[in-house]
Design a protein. Structure first.
Length: 379
């Protein structure tokens, strides 16, 4: 098989609202495409996308579309949408309910559509976790609809700046059946993010066999720009209708850009440090600020010089780790919006996959597991 070469131009905008975070992107580029069993072809590509995330990380909804115009004059259109809602079951247990749907039309030759419902159970702690779940739905190729059933399970492990994943699934689409085993990793080094996946398709009936893999390197250049290179091969997916192919991608990404938000009605609360927090390690801690808006909306701001990833966990997130967003590319300021009622609250911070710590700017206290937790008060 020959290689797909893609050089893309991308730009995006991000909008933060009191009801959550909405991010919209638009990508445009030129492609040289090589699908399995198809001739290589050049194409122009346009890809708009939008994503909404709940302010407390309880759920998300995303949608995207791709339009390819080939040099032969034929075109390919793909559109999909999916969302999930997460429910706390116990301290370390979470439930997830997801919906997905999509449709595609390949080069005026074949059309495909699907819709599915997914349920998962997650068991997580600070540095490891696992999940298992099932998906049921319908997939249509042309005029015929086929039932879809997928059983899947996975594990993840976090160590410093590295997160490792492993999963196994069994897909049944009409009389087509196949199993996939996958492992992947995500490694963040300063402004560089490296991601890779290796998988194999086994026990297949009508879904093909073989090993596949993909890798991506993203380098942040500045506040609104990044360069990324990705390559690999992905398999045919009978559930969503994607056709197997190989590719290499070089892209320039511009965005996202967040507009200025209105000033809150109340002043920023810089919670004073108390007691034992004034030790020599305080300089290595992320400093906390909480800014109250109308109602129980509050912006959490953490100042963490040199950090690549910042996560928080507290009573207002049901102790589920939530990754904060960098205020701007290359910035040391990390932000998130949550619903926090007035009163006494507990919070912990983890930077770059390390251990959980009380942030500077809070009073440190012992938690229920003989660890430390930060305590702050909202009036």
């Amino acid at each position: 098989m020959r290689t797909l070469a893609l050089i893309a131009f991308a730009c995006g905008t991000g909008v933060h609202t009191a009801q959550g975070q909405v991010t919209t992107t638009f990508e445009g580029g030129m492609s040289a495409v090589r699908y399995d069993r198809f001739l290589a072809s050049g194409a122009a590509a346009l890809t708009p996308a939008v994503r909404w995330e709940h302010p407390r990380g309880r759920g998300f909804v995303s949608a995207r579309g791709t339009y390819l115009r080939f040099e032969s004059g034929r075109r390919s259109v793909d559109a999909s949408a999916n969302g999930s809602w997460f429910m706390p079951l116990a301290r370390h247990w979470r439930g997830e309910l997801g919906l997905s749907a999509g449709a595609s039309d390949y080069a005026n030759i074949a059309s495909f559509s699907h819709s599915a419902v997914e349920a998962r159970i997650h068991l997580n702690d600070d540095v490891r976790g696992g999940w298992f779940g099932a998906t049921v739905g319908r997939a249509s190729f042309g005029a015929g609809a086929r039932p879809v059933t997928v059983l899947a399970m996975g594990l993840w492990l976090s160590r410093a700046n590295v997160i490792l994943f492993a999963s196994a699934d069994r897909s049944l689409v009409g009389d087509t059946a196949y199993s996939d085993l996958r492992s992947s990793a995500r490694w963040r080094i300063s402004r560089m993010l490296l991601e890779g996946t290796v998988g194999t398709r086994v026990s297949s009936r009508g879904g093909g066999h073989g090993v596949y893999g993909e890798g991506t390197a993203t380098w942040t250049l500045g506040r609104h720009t990044a360069v990324l290179v990705s390559f690999g091969r992905y398999p045919t997916d009978a559930v969503t209708g994607s056709i197997a192919g190989r590719y290499i991608t070089a892209a320039l990404r511009l965005g996202a850009v967040s507009p200025r938000t209105p000033a809150p009605r109340t002043l920023s609360i810089d919670v004073p440090a108390g007691g034992a927090s004034d030790d020599a390690s305080t300089g290595d801690r992320a400093r906390l600020e909480v800014q109250v808006h109308r109602g129980d909306e509050a912006s959490v701001t953490l100042y963490a010089p040199g950090a690549a990833v910042i996560e928080i966990s507290g009573d207002f997130t049901d102790w589920r780790p939530v990754q904060l967003s960098r205020q701007a590319a290359g910035s040391d300021v990390w932000v998130g919006t949550f619903r926090i009622s007035s009163g006494v609250h507990r919070i912990n911070v983890r930077r770059d996959g390390g251990r959980w710590m009380a942030p500077a700017g809070t009073t440190r206290s012992t938690d229920d597991y003989d660890g430390e937790v930060g305590v702050f008060v909202l009036p």
